[in-house]
Design a protein around this ligand. Structure first.
Ligand SMILES: *Cc1c(COP(=O)(O)O)cnc(C)c1O
Length: 466
């Protein structure tokens, strides 16, 4: 498979190239040159496969020829062997129509593990082949940092430097990062906000002194390999609910549009998806874009679902490219306009293309609490605030009652136990595998909110590229 940039002005790369590159050199995002497509008979034959075997079937067209089938299987076996459930992403049921896809059985209790456990192993595989070294630099407000750290801890050829705003992440989130004591893991608590930390990371990516010495990479969901790994669980859930003979709808708590874009990819590959419901909190740029065509960023309002507190959804560009006729030059102009004014209008083709598959809904704090309470009282299911936003949107969408609707459970309720306790009166307990999280020793560096201090620290601890 070859990959092209959404802005039409970067070299096309193979899977290995896009995995290590992250962002394209023209500022665009990489997408496959064409969507691989399965026939109905091929999808029917996937029923009953183990998660690993299904992952190999779904991902093989995207990774060929960078990986052989056996190499892909070996990487998936190791990545998904770290999940606490045999089914990796099991389904649970709310009521006759509504289902819950549990994506939180990975090591750090959020769906990001599904992709990052594989990405960490892909990095190691490709870097060993090239005898090179990677320096991952990121800023996190919570879930991405812990999932990325767990995925690369102790791996050769990768160092990770993760910045978090001192005192502004939850105690569970901080401890999930700072109690990982591997020598290649460097946590840095910055005196400042998440935006300050993020600004320092962005500056480092264009600091030629640093990029000249180190191969610096990101692990956020602009990386194609992350989205690819997430396509698999849409197949897994739909097959269990009767696909390809029966259509299935999905409701997805959305921030950066990565997870729900993976659902779009599954549909392009032939999975019969009735609707993809984009669920947002009050930071509703995507709901406004999909319902009125107005994509304009406001200021971020903090909510009880912090991983969705986003105003600019990077992966939306991939959808606009695909439904807008794959015209990289036109999209580059449209995005340049957005970058200067923080606002743009979708074209008619983009609006109609998106409306064919996507619906959207917005949940405020009250909607979220009611969804958590309904799940708890009527269905005996304890769900986290992000998942509750998805469930609210799923129930509001008025999907034909004959069609199952699957809400993606993106985090374990114990990861946000204060908010869950406020809504349901029940305090979720951390799963056994997290049991001693509060006894483990922490190790992290405290640095002032000053770019030079952060750069000097990273330069002193990272390994130069080959
Ligand atoms: C990251 C995250 C999301 C948003 O996912 P996107 O791929 O950015 O849309 C939703 N819920 C949780 C718990 C997350 O960690």
């Amino acid at each position: 498979m070859k990959y092209v940039s959404t802005r039409g002005n970067a070299p096309s790369l193979d899977f290995e190239g896009v995995t290590l590159a992250g962002l394209a050199s023209d500022g665009g995002l990489y997408v496959p040159e064409a969507w691989p497509r399965f026939s109905e008979a091929e999808i029917a034959a996937m029923a009953g496969l183990s998660y690993v075997e299904l992952a190999v079937k779904v991902m093989l067209p995207f990774v060929t020829p960078s990986l052989t089938e056996d190499e892909l299987r070996a990487l998936c076996t190791r990545a998904y062997g770290r999940f606490a459930h045999q089914a990796v992403t099991p389904l649970a049921q709310f009521d006759q129509q509504h289902w819950l896809l549990e994506l939180f059985h990975g090591p750090t209790l959020a769906f990001k593990d599904v992709a990052l456990q594989l990405l960490g192993r892909l990095f190691e595989h490709f870097l060993a082949k090239r005898e090179d070294h990677l320096t991952i630099v990121g800023a996190t407000s919570g879930d991405t940092g812990s999932a990325a750290i767990d995925a690369v801890a102790g791996r050769e050829r990768v160092d990770i430097f993760m910045l978090h705003p001192d005192g502004r992440v939850s105690d569970v989130q901080r401890r999930q990062m700072t109690t990982v004591l591997a020598p290649n893991v460097h946590n840095i608590a910055i005196d400042g906000s998440f935006d300050d930390a993020q600004a320092m990371v962005k500056r480092m990516f264009v600091d030629s002194h640093m990029t000249g010495r180190f191969r610096i990479s990101a692990v956020n969901s602009i990386n194609w390999a992350r989205l690819m790994a997430q396509v698999v669980y849409y197949f897994a859930a739909a097959l269990q609910l009767g696909a390809p003979q029966r259509k299935v709808a999905f409701s997805v708590p959305t921030g950066n549009f990565g997870d729900v874009f993976a659902g779009y990819v599954a549909a392009q590959m032939g999975l019969p998806i009735e609707r993809l419901i984009v669920a947002t909190n009050v930071n509703d740029i995507l709901h406004r874009a999909l319902s009125t065509g107005d994509y304009s960023a406001g200021t971020v309002t903090p909510t009880a679902a912090p991983s969705m507190d986003i105003q600019v959804s990077s992966n939306f560009e991939r959808l606009l490219f695909d439904v807008g006729g794959r015209d990289g030059k036109a999209l580059a102009e449209q995005m340049a306009g957005f970058e200067s004014t923080k606002a743009m209008q979708l074209t008619n083709a983009q609006r109609e293309g998106a409306a064919a598959l996507f619906t959207s809904a917005r949940a405020d704090a009250n909607d979220m609490v009611q969804a958590m309470a309904w799940a708890h009282e009527k269905c005996g299911q304890v769900i986290d605030p992000h998942t509750a936003i998805g469930l609210h949107a799923a129930r509001a969408a008025e999907i034909d009652p004959a069609i199952p609707v699957v809400t993606l459970a993106t985090a374990h309720p114990a990861k946000f136990r204060d908010a869950v306790e406020r809504a349901t009166g029940t305090r979720p307990t951390l799963p056994g595998r997290m049991g001693d999280l509060f006894e483990r020793a922490e190790q992290y560096e405290r640095l002032p909110g000053d770019y030079d201090a952060v750069r000097d620290f990273i330069e002193a601890h990272a390994t130069p590229s080959a």
